[in-house]
Design a protein around this ligand. Sequence first.
Ligand code: DQA
Length: 143
Amino acid sequence: MKILLINGPNLNLLGIREKGIYGDLSFESYFPLLKARFPEITFEYFQSNVEGELINKLHEVGFSYDGVVMNAGAYTHTSVAIRDAIAGIKAPVVEVHLSNILTRESFRHESLIGPVCCGSIMGFGLDSYRLGVEALIGKVKPW
Ligand code: DQA
């Protein structure tokens, strides 16, 4: 099973930026722990601050991978283009956020990508990514 973890803008600064909201661990420190938890899964990780690069990556894996766990960062609230990319690919996408966007500023309450994702997980810090993977495993498993 192949899963892409994809982080959008400013998430390269995890562990440095706004630690009170996002915590003090970088994604690079967390990623090996996540991989160790799911030894049967082949993970790829991609981060970009550039909208088009995120879209290109979704297109690249979207017809061959089993699923995508995506934190689109601030593009969550603004990007029709990322929404359309998610809607256009075959792989199921789980939306994740470290913070609970519904408890924050009102401009973060709307997710443009949420309606085209198979589900959303928010508010559990870096553990949101693990929960996203668990959700995807359930999604692709034949019941
Ligand atoms: C975020 C929430 C977004 O509103 C914000 O722009 C981010 C991070 C989160 O993981 O909580 O960059 O996606």
